[in-house]
Write a protein that binds this ligand. Structure first.
Ligand code: SF4
Length: 348
């Protein structure tokens, strides 16, 4: 890992102090952040003096995140990226064009320790946490590729469990929403967790207005435990209670992600169980048919079964959407592109 400083992980006050301690005017910090979040190279930072540019080249990391591969879906315009990091690790992200704006799904860890049985990101375990700057760098590099303001919404649903990297994720949220940074509204940020109950409660106290999304994927503990090891630690009931606590403090609706898996969680009985636990609760259910990953052996539900599941919830007044399975032709499931890259001889 380079010993150069990673400026994208630093807030305005930190950069001011750093510049001042090296003899530069602290007002340069705002200018510098403006350039950094635009993805500019140091040599392109035209309004900075040459001695500062020289100092940055010697002491700061340029482009901590680089796009080394991108694939565009011919079916739906989804674009998938492989990002390389300064230590040679790589993570992936997906840009999805939605009616409410382009949404970038970013990674928060290299790999993941949570062990969900249907997920390609966890196959090699977690290698390390991403820094706040490495999360921000994914957004910056996509904006640089397609033009500023390309990314309008950010979801933390790529590799990693965001709440297992709590401090850096919180810092990332504050950096990306900062006025001198990309100035994205907190309401356009979604944090997705497999259900770390204590951390959900801590998050409720942070005074944020982001959307909390729970990867639920099962209506009861038995099925959930067969899919997600974390379910042996936190029951569905504990998660629902933590979500109610979150809603009571933030007044924000919680989303539940439910990947329909053929023959596992997609029956009418399971739809009824889901209705039972969510009834009268300020939430939204996002159904999606699982993007199959060869190594896991799980398949997505067929369209008829998925539609029946949707109708069952909808008819019982549960707020529900059926998300399109995106990027099927470009290894759209989380972790697939990175795994193919590693198999092909690339680094982690
Ligand atoms: S689904 Fe999310 S939490 Fe579960 S293993 Fe994959 S990346 Fe980790």
């Amino acid at each position: 890992m380079s010993d150069k400083i990673e400026l994208l992980s630093m807030g305005l006050d930190e950069i001011r102090l750093w510049l001042k301690s090296h003899g530069f005017e602290s007002y340069r910090a705002k200018q510098l952040i403006g350039w950094l979040v635009s993805g500019a190279k140091f040599s392109e930072m035209r309004n900075l003096p040459s001695n500062l540019i020289e100092f940055l080249c010697e002491n700061a990391l340029e482009e901590p995140v680089k796009i080394i591969k991108s694939l565009v879906s011919k079916k739906d315009g989804t674009e998938k990226y492989l990002f390389s990091l300064a230590d040679g690790s790589c993570v992936e992200g997906v840009l999805m064009p939605y009616r409410h704006g382009n949404t970038l799904c970013i990674s928060t860890q290299v790999g993941c320790n949570m062990g969900c049985k249907f997920c390609a990101s966890t196959l090699g375990g977690k290698l390390r946490n991403l820094s706040a700057g490495e999360m921000l760098g994914q957004v910056v590099s996509v904006n640089r590729l397609h033009g500023s303001k390309t990314v309008q919404n950010v979801v933390m649903m790529g590799s990693g469990e965001p709440l297992d990297n709590y401090g850096n994720v919180l810092k990332f949220i504050r950096l990306i929403c900062a006025g001198e940074g990309l100035n994205i509204s907190q309401r356009r940020i979604t944090l997705s967790t497999c259900g770390l109950v204590d951390k959900i409660k801590s998050l409720a106290d942070e005074g944020l207005s982001i959307t909390l999304s729970i990867s639920l994927h099962a209506p009861n503990d038995a099925i959930r435990q067969s899919l997600m090891p974390i379910a042996k630690v936190h029951s569905v009931k504990d998660i629902i209670n933590a979500c109610k606590h979150y809603i009571s403090l933030t007044h924000r609706r919680v989303s539940f992600e439910y990947a329909l898996i053929k023959g596992v969680n997609d029956s009418q009985e399971q739809a009824e169980e889901l209705c039972q636990i969510l009834r009268g609760f300020q939430c939204h259910v996002n159904l999606i048919t699982l993007n199959a990953v060869e190594e896991t052996g799980y398949l997505g539900s067929d369209r008829i079964t998925a539609n029946k599941f949707f109708d069952y919830l909808n008819e019982r007044n549960i707020a529900v959407s059926m998300r399109r399975t995106m990027g099927e032709d470009i290894q759209g499931a989380c972790g697939q592109l990175r795994n193919e890259f590693i198999k092909g001889g690339g680094q982690n």
